[in-house]
Design a protein around this ligand. Structure first.
Ligand SMILES: [Zn+2]
Length: 412
């Protein structure tokens, strides 16, 4: 059993596990409805292993003492993580970056990095004795919760903006979750889920509000470090919406440094769409806090959030890592879907392909040097939003089923 305490990222207070806990009660008194989550808690394991988890994170026992569980047997019986770190030789050549890798997290069971958080949250729900877990999501976290809850035999209730891509809605409904489509934004869905969990007694997986979301996502950092050992990455480029994947990466690398398995924390570079760039704006302007981005909108639906719930922690993580943030235009994101896929074989959703567009901006700005050991985190599958990818393509007209028609196509 991995003993742990909760640490408030704002006031530093520490709390034992005890009963179900979400945020720091002291800081939560300053919570503004619709505002960033106050008193986000992080976990501190009483002791950390001195070796990397065994290869193959897909096996729950491999996570062993790295996760805050009473027993690995609480984990849902579905492999999560253990995704490949691809050397991408063709993309390396195009970008003149000899030490570039793609961490393909689209290969998780529901197709996104969010499975890592849902894996741990569903396990904790089992340990706490809940039969229903709820979350608000732009789509991927909901799919992930629906997926892991289905495997574990728990009920999932998910609140998503009605405008979420159809593939995500169909995936959620197919997985047997109770799909609540909210005629509003992700921010509206988030508030509604908070209230519904309080009213109906469900376990709340809302991102950052539930501290196990950050802790679950740290596993991607453990894997990247293990896969590149003994030389750690120098830069990890990550798409950012609420800032929880970024905070999870930072937590994972911090744990590895604490455990003596990593000599330095990689720089984290956040990528946000120009139309939803609250955290990037704060980084780039040197602001002390993250101001909302009213009317946030982008083709990268997973990154669209007016008020990043985990903005403060994400901002602190970016700065303490020595990294930075860039913004990218929607047309560059759409173009990056095809460019990434054609150069690497990895078909990413817009939010995930944004890391390629973002890397190019970061190179141009000198935020990343071509010689650096750099990892692009691809957080979600392109199959989750095919219409977005189609925006960058012109599909060919049909031909008659005869060879001469084929020959005509290939005639010089
Ligand atoms: Zn606090």
């Amino acid at each position: 059993m991995a003993a742990f305490t909760f640490l408030c990222s704002e006031c530093g207070a520490s709390y034992p596990e005890g009963a179900v806990r979400y945020v720091c009660p002291r800081c939560a008194r300053t919570q503004v409805r619709g505002g960033a989550t106050r008193g986000v808690l992080q976990l501190e394991l009483a002791s950390l292993p001195t070796t990397f988890p065994a290869p193959g994170f897909a096996e729950p026992s491999a996570l062993g003492e790295w996760l805050p569980l009473a027993s690995p047997a609480s984990l849902p019986p579905l492999p999560v993580g253990g995704t490949p770190l691809l050397p991408v030789p063709r993309l390396r050549a195009v970008l003149h970056m000899p030490h570039l890798w793609v961490k393909d997290d689209s290969r998780n069971p529901s197709g996104s990095t969010k499975d890592r958080a849902s894996l741990l949250v569903v396990a904790k729900a089992r340990e706490y004795g809940f039969d229903t877990v709820a979350c608000a999501s732009t789509g991927n976290a909901a799919s992930a919760l629906a997926c892991l809850a289905a495997a574990a035999g728990l009920e999932a209730v998910v609140f998503v903006p009605a405008a979420a891509p159809q593939a995500k809605l169909v995936q959620i409904a197919s997985l047997g979750a109770r799909l609540v489509r909210v005629a509003g934004s992700y921010d509206d869905a988030f508030e509604l889920c908070l209230a519904a969990c309080e009213r109906f007694g469900w376990y709340n997986r809302n991102t950052a509000f539930n501290p196990f979301t950050i802790e679950g996502k740290k596993t991607v950092a453990l894997e990247v470090a293990q896969q590149l050992a003994p030389e750690p990455p120098e830069v990890v480029v990550v798409p950012v919406g609420d800032g929880v994947i970024l905070a999870g990466l930072a937590k994972g690398f911090a744990d590895l440094c604490r455990a003596g398995l990593l000599s330095r924390h990689p720089r984290l570079v956040a990528v946000q769409p120009e139309g939803s760039a609250a955290i990037a704006r704060a980084v780039r302007s040197g602001a002390a806090s993250v101001a909302p981005h009213p009317g946030a909108a982008s083709v990268a639906d997973s990154l669209v959030v007016a008020t990043p719930r985990n903005g403060a922690l994400a901002l602190a993580a970016l700065r303490s890592s020595g990294g930075g943030a860039v913004t990218v235009r929607d047309d560059a994101i759409v173009a990056a879907i095809g460019r990434l896929a054609a150069a690497t074989g990895v078909f990413a959703e817009p939010a995930a392909a944004a890391v390629l567009a973002g890397l190019e901006v970061a190179l141009a700005e000198g935020l990343v040097q071509p010689s650096e050991r750099t990892v692009l985190l691809v957080t979600g599958s392109g199959l989750k939003d095919v219409p977005a990818a189609a925006r960058g393509l012109c599909l060919p007209a049909p031909i008659p089923p005869d060879l001469e028609a084929v020959a005509a196509l290939f005639a010089v």
